[in-house]
Write a protein that binds this ligand. Structure first.
Ligand SMILES: *Cc1c(COP(=O)(O)O)cnc(C)c1O
Length: 371
């Protein structure tokens, strides 16, 4: 099956094969392996060794995003969030239920937030300590650029937390250039092309240490993760980790380095995107975003008219027919208008994309959607 979903993504067979063993997480050999993964992550983040630390958590992306918010925004504290997509709404919900107060910067889901909007938000809300933002919005495909947001946050003298889950490892980013960042969060199973099961935050060590014990949750306290590492070693875990997924992630990181790292990975994803865009527009599908706002991770297209509009397109039928031909895409949309969404990330190549476009063309023709 060719997975064209924005996570979990298609993985290399070598990554999957690394899972087929029993491992004890406290075994000294494995501890060394895990400690090395943490160091490599600081490097991939463009962080400063000794100053920035990798704080892993069991679970999916939401867990580590919530942990970062609980750790760095005080209980009852307020923060700004640009509301241009589905994942921003998730930040809103998990922060609210954790007793933090999100303040919306209203932005349509078809473009990134601007520096002016962030400046105006902070001016109107002196009580907001942070900007918390999704970088690659996996609902629509836009990218809120950390460089633009970071500068606006520094000017306002506030702090920033990034949900970089679907961009980390591909989008150009150097944590060392972002003094304003408390946490950048991501998972094992998106642009780094590992298996699901782990979330990561990369944070400044001193600020994290200061915040320990204030998350209102032991499980989700990144400060406690940090203190434990200092006490028990950087190869230690507080609770049982998904140890096979962690070892597979180590292999995924080796493949990432061998491929050429961020630049080369981004170039491959951009080429996947270009092949997809050219192919789909040639089939008559209309992209949801203007080209200047299209990020490299996820493509969304307006759904062709369905029966309610006198047309023949039904998303679930389309997805089922693709699956029969070995191509899997999402069977739901999270944009303001009905779209179909296709991921360009994972261990997939432009040739895979060409194949997928050909298959989508066949199915659309069979459905009687193409003229
Ligand atoms: C995938 C994703 C997440 C995390 O989703 P999980 O299902 O919890 O792993 C968070 N934010 C963004 C932008 C994502 O793409």
């Amino acid at each position: 099956m060719l997975l064209l979903t924005p996570g979990p993504v298609q993985t290399d067979p070598r990554v999957r094969a690394a899972m087929a063993v029993d491992i004890a997480p406290w075994d000294l050999d494995f501890r060394a392996e895990y400690a090395e993964i943490r160091e490599k992550i600081v490097e991939v983040a463009g962080g400063t060794p000794g100053h920035h630390v990798t704080l892993p958590l069991q679970g999916s992306g939401h867990f580590v995003v919530e942990a970062a918010i609980r750790t760095f925004v005080p209980a009852g504290g307020a923060f700004l969030v640009p509301m241009n997509g589905q994942y921003a709404e998730r930040i809103w919900r998990l922060a609210s239920e954790a007793g933090r107060r999100p303040i919306a910067i209203p932005v349509p889901d078809t473009r990134p937030v601007t520096a002016q909007e962030i400046a105006a938000g902070f001016a109107a809300h002196p009580e907001a300590s942070h900007l918390i933002a999704v970088v690659s919005e996996t609902g629509s495909g836009i990218v809120n650029d950390p460089a633009v947001m970071g500068e606006a946050v520094r000017k306002a003298g506030r702090r920033m937390i990034l949900d970089m889950v679907s961009a980390f490892g591909a989008w150009p980013f150097r944590l060392a250039e972002h003094d304003e960042i408390d946490a950048v969060t991501f998972t094992s199973n998106k642009c780094l092309e590992g298996m699901p099961g782990l979330g990561f935050a990369v944070c400044p060590a001193d600020r994290t240490r200061e915040r320990a014990g204030q998350a209102g949750s032991w499980s989700l306290d990144l400060g406690d993760v940090m203190l434990t590492a200092e006490r028990a070693g950087w190869g230690s875990f507080r609770f049982t980790p998904p140890v096979q997924a962690l070892r597979a992630f180590g292999v995924a990181l080796e493949l990432y380095e061998a491929e050429g790292g961020q630049r080369v990975r981004l170039a491959r994803y951009r080429e996947n995107m270009r092949v997809l865009m050219d192919g789909m527009t040639a089939l008559g599908l209309r992209p949801y975003l203007a080209p200047e706002h299209q990020g490299p991770v996820i493509a969304t297209f307006h759904q062709p008219p369905g029966p309610e509009a006198g047309g023949r397109f039904v998303l679930q039928d389309f997805v089922d027919a693709l699956k029969q031909r070995g191509v899997l895409i999402s069977n739901f949309h999270t944009t303001e208008a009905p779209t179909l969404r296709i991921g360009c990330i994972g261990a997939i190549t432009p040739d895979d994309m060409r194949h997928a476009v050909a298959v989508m063309g066949e199915v659309l023709e069979e459905m009687g959607v193409l003229a």
